[in-house]
Design a protein around this ligand. Structure first.
Ligand code: TUI
Length: 312
C-alpha cells in the first residue's frame, strides 16, 4: 500500500492526481479517476463559468468521492469560475499559469483545499505564506504551459523550501516515476499525458494515437520568445512557429498563431495544425486503458520499483 499524509488531506486512496488539462480533463475523466481512488480534476481552461458548473454537476452524478477543478489564471472567466467553485463547494482546486493568492481566504472559509501549480521555489513560499494547503511542483517535462526548471531539480528544492505537502509533476507516467518523486520528498504525483490515453478521456482519437506513437524526442517548446512557452508534439504548426520565431516576427503575430489551436487538436483531432500539448514522457505511454487500470498499474509498478531498488 502506498499512502502518504496527502491522501488523508484530500480524502483519496492513492497519492495520484490527474492533471486538470484544458479541453482534455472533462467530467467523465475526472469522475473515473476519483472513482479509481485518485483525484480527478476538471480542467476549466478558457471555458466559462456555466460550462464549469455543468461539469461539476456531471462529475457528482458519477462519483461521490472527492474531485477537483483546475482554474487557468489567465482565463478571462477566472472571477466567475471562482464564484461557481465557491457556490458548488468544490472539495479541491488546483491553479495554473498564474497566482491565485487573492482567492485563497474565501476558498479556505468553505473548506476547499487550494493547491497551486508552481514552477519555482519563490512562488511556492509566497503561496505557503498566503495559506495554500499544498503545491504541485511542475517541471518543464510537462505538456502545455511550462516553467524553466526540470522536475528533478525543482521538486527537492521546493520540498526543502516549504513545510506543506509537495506533489511532483512533469515526466511521470508510471510506478517508477512515483517512487522517484517520493524519494525527492514529494507526497504524491500529478500525471497528465498518461491520463490523456485513458479510455474515459474524451479527446479526439487522432490525438490519442499520436501520443501512443510518440517517442522520447517528439515534443518541442514553442513560444519562449513570447514569455508563454508551451510544450507540444512536433507537427506542421510547431515548424511554422519555429520559423516565425527565427525571423523575429512580432510577439502579437506569434500569439495570434496559437489562438484556438489547443481546441483544434483535442476536439477536432487536428494533429498537424493544432497544438498537441503533451509531456516528454509520451514515449512511455503505449496503451489506451481505463483510469482504474492506469492507477492500479502505477501503484503495482511503484511497489515493484521499491522492491527492486537493488541497494544494500
Ligand atoms: O498551466 C499549466 N499548463 C497549461 S495552461 C494551458 S492554457 C494556456 N493558454 C494560453 C497561454 C498559456 C496557457 C496549457 N497548459 N501548468 C501549470 C503551470 N503553471 N505551469 C507553469 C505555471 C505557472 C507560471 C507562472 C504558475 C504560476 C506562475 O506565476 C507567475 C506569477 O504570477 O508569479
Amino acid at each position: 500500500m502506498i499512502r502518504t499524509p496527502l491522501c488523508d488531506l484530500l480524502g483519496i486512496e492513492y497519492p495520484v492526481l490527474q492533471g486538470g488539462m484544458a479541453w482534455v480533463s472533462t467530467a467523465k475523466l475526472a469522475a473515473a479517476v476519483s472513482e479509481a481512488g485518485g483525484l480527478g480534476i476538471i480542467g476549466s481552461g478558457h471555458n466559462d463559468a456555466r460550462w464549469v458548473r455543468e461539469q461539476i454537476i456531471e462529475t457528482r452524478k458519477n462519483t461521490s468521492k472527492p474531485f477537483g477543478v483546475n482554474v487557468m489564471m489567465m482565463s478571462p472567466h477566472v472571477e466567475h469560475v471562482m464564484q461557481v467553485i465557491l457556490e458548488e463547494r468544490v472539495p479541491v482546486i488546483t491553479t495554473g499559469a498564474g497566482n491565485p493568492a487573492k482567492y485563497i481566504s474565501q476558498l479556505k472559509e468553505i473548506g476547499t483545499k487550494v493547491i497551486p501549480v508552481i514552477p519555482s521555489v519563490a512562488l511556492a513560499q509566497r503561496l505557503e505564506k498566503a495559506g495554500v494547503d499544498a503545491v504541485v511542483a511542475e517541471g518543464m517535462e510537462s505538456g502545455g504551459h511550462i516553467g524553466e526548471l526540470t522536475t528533478m531539480a525543482l521538486v527537492p528544492q521546493v520540498v526543502s523550501g516549504v513545510t506543506i505537502p509537495v506533489i511532483a509533476a512533469g515526466g511521470i507516467a508510471d510506478g517508477r516515476g512515483l517512487v522517484a518523486a517520493l524519494a525527492l520528498g514529494a507526497q504524491g504525483i500529478q500525471m497528465g499525458t498518461r491520463f490523456m490515453c485513458a479510455s474515459e478521456c474524451e479527446i479526439h482519437e487522432n490525438i490519442k494515437q499520436m501520443i501512443l506513437k510518440a517517442k522520447d524526442r517528439d515534443t518541442t517548446v514553442s513560444g519562449r520568445s513570447t514569455g508563454h512557452p508551451i510544450r507540444s508534439l512536433k507537427n506542421k504548426l510547431t515548424k511554422q512557429y519555429e520559423e516565425m520565431e527565427r525571423k523575429c516576427v512580432p510577439v502579437e503575430q506569434l500569439e495570434e498563431l496559437g489562438i484556438g489551436r489547443l481546441r483544434d487538436a483535442m476536439i477536432e483531432g487536428d494533429s498537424e495544425t493544432g497544438t498537441v500539448a503533451c509531456g516528454q514522457i509520451a514515449g512511455l505511454v503505449k496503451e489506451i486503458q481505463p483510469a482504474k487500470v492506469i492507477i492500479a498499474d502505477i501503484i503495482q509498478g511503484a511497489e515493484e520499483a521499491m522492491r527492486s531498488l537493488g541497494v544494500r
